[in-house]
Design a protein around this ligand. Sequence first.
Ligand code: TYD
Length: 206
Amino acid sequence: MSPGLFLTFEGPEGAGKSTQLARLVARLDQAGVPHVVTREPGGTPLGTRVREVLLDPALSIDALPEFLLYSASRAQLVVNVIRPALARGAVVVCDRYADSSLAYQGAGRGLPAALLQDLTGVVTGGLTPDVTVLLDLDPAVGLERAARRGQPDRLERADLAFHQRVRAGFQALAARDPARFLTLDATRGEDELAELVWATVSAQLH
Ligand code: TYD
């Protein structure tokens, strides 16, 4: 059992995860709550290198190696960053985590859910988030928002049907575990969303 609190943000492209994550971190700062902010893929020197490979539009990566690369980044992050922070009693806020693999490599690419779940159990040592904020958005809208930010990365270049399966994958995960997931309509106003996230997170702080 870890004394800290493990929070993740999930959702399809362009749903405003990073904005909401920053809003939450500002509230944690104000409240003086010790916290660590990280992301996937990334968060460690290895993860940062793996991230460059995963997002490189020049590379073609098959579904299984894609999952294994995300898993490599995740395994290092859990051991080096997330578990030590939780053990110190900190709040860990992570931009994407294992649910992204189930949605993107499972629902999106078609890898079997059982395989992904089994391997993810090994990769994370069974560490699951206490709260997952799912920002749900139509991928047609999200991809357009993401496109305004610059050149699309390798995942953003996948077709709309792929991104629709990803969204449905996230929705299915949330429906199966409503105690963990806070699902929010990402078209709601930024302030309103930030309040809803804070209401859930602050209720878990003690
Ligand atoms: P990132 O720039 O972090 O995307 P976003 O800002 O949308 O979160 O890039 C991460 C990409 O990797 C994103 O397209 C989602 C994808 N991804 C997976 O396909 N599987 C995973 O396990 C994770 C963590 C991310």
